[in-house]
Design a binder for this molecule. Structure first.
Ligand code: PDD
Length: 279
């Protein structure tokens, strides 16, 4: 059963509960996290909560709940849902107050949903996906997991409208990340990814994949990739909590080689990681 939480209580996921003066609703004034649950247990929960607290601090928002309270609510929600392979969505906003750009002196609001995780067939993962390169039109603080996703949703929609699965964003001629994912390329046996600066979200999956690569003895280089380099990759993939590792088979008109030894190895290692941790 899908579960939702708002205003300090569990509610029906379809219940209409967000007040018109909610700042998340009126300004996108808040931060969020998406956490994958494998085998009934949240995966890399501490890392997600670290990032949530960091994002809140960066936007000068006081967390309405302690970490232990957050954990208790997610655990209760998971139990209520009975979903073993779930996706937890958590959002913190600056609360409910008459519309005014100045921060109100009201408590922050916590919202959560728990739904079945999207699962991709092995055929889909084998087929990989096509991406399109689009200008990165976002703000300067993409490391904050802010609710302001307008440029991201526009980029994703443009990609899908043009027959692709994801948009890979490009700023000043360099690949930054996907509209909702981080991006990797493999060239001559080396794994490349954009450095974790303010220009990208510091993906939890990205960090886990880098650790997997290092354990496998694969060299990892974090550097800005220009478009020519990305198009000439031997392999490319993107990562996120929901999609895990997804091979990129085509970048606009450029078809990448069908052989993807490192991507496959890394995906096996990533699966082994969550299977071991969430046994
Ligand atoms: N998005 N970059 C962006 C812009 C993202 O939105 C995401 C995740 C990532 C990958 O981060 P992580 O590995 O921590 O999930 C990178 C989530 C899944 C979303 O918005 O649904």
């Amino acid at each position: 059963m899908e579960v939702a939480y708002y205003g300090g209580t569990f509610i029906d996921i379809d219940e209409k509960v967000i007040p018109i003066q909610e700042r998340g609703h009126q300004f996108g004034d808040g931060v969020y996290e998406v956490i994958r649950v494998y085998n009934g247990k949240p995966f890399m929960l501490e890392e997600h909560l670290d990032r949530l607290e960091m994002s809140a601090k960066e936007i000068l928002l006081n967390m309405p709940l302690t970490r232990d309270e957050l954990k208790a609510i997610t655990a209760e929600g998971l139990q209520k849902s009975g979903i073993n392979e779930a996706e937890i969505y958590i959002q913190i906003t600056r609360g409910i107050a008459p519309r005014n750009h100045i921060f109100p002196d009201v408590p922050a609001q916590f919202a959560m949903t728990i739904r079945q995780a999207k699962q991709f067939s092995s055929e889909k993962r084998e087929d990989g996906v096509s991406v399109t390169l689009l200008e990165d039109e976002r703000w300067a603080n993409c490391f904050i997991k802010s609710l302001n996703l307008l440029p991201n949703v526009i980029a994703k929609q443009k990609a899908v409208t043009n027959g692709h699965d994801e948009a890979v964003l490009v700023r000043d001629g360099k690949v930054t990340e996907g509209s909702s994912s981080n991006v990797f390329a493999v060239k001559d046996g080396i794994l490349y990814t954009t450095p974790a600066t303010k220009k990208i979200l510091h993906g939890i999956t990205r960090a886990a994949v880098i650790t997997c690569a290092q354990k496998l003895g694969i060299s990892v280089v974090e550097k800005d990739m220009d478009v020519e380099f990305f198009l000439s990759a031997d392999e490319a993939f993107f990562t996120s909590t929901s999609v895990e590792i997804m091979p990129i088979t085509q970048i606009d008109d450029t078809v990448l080689p069908a052989d993807r030894p490192l991507t496959n190895k890394l995906y096996e290692a990533y699966q082994a990681l969550y299977q071991t941790v969430n046994k």
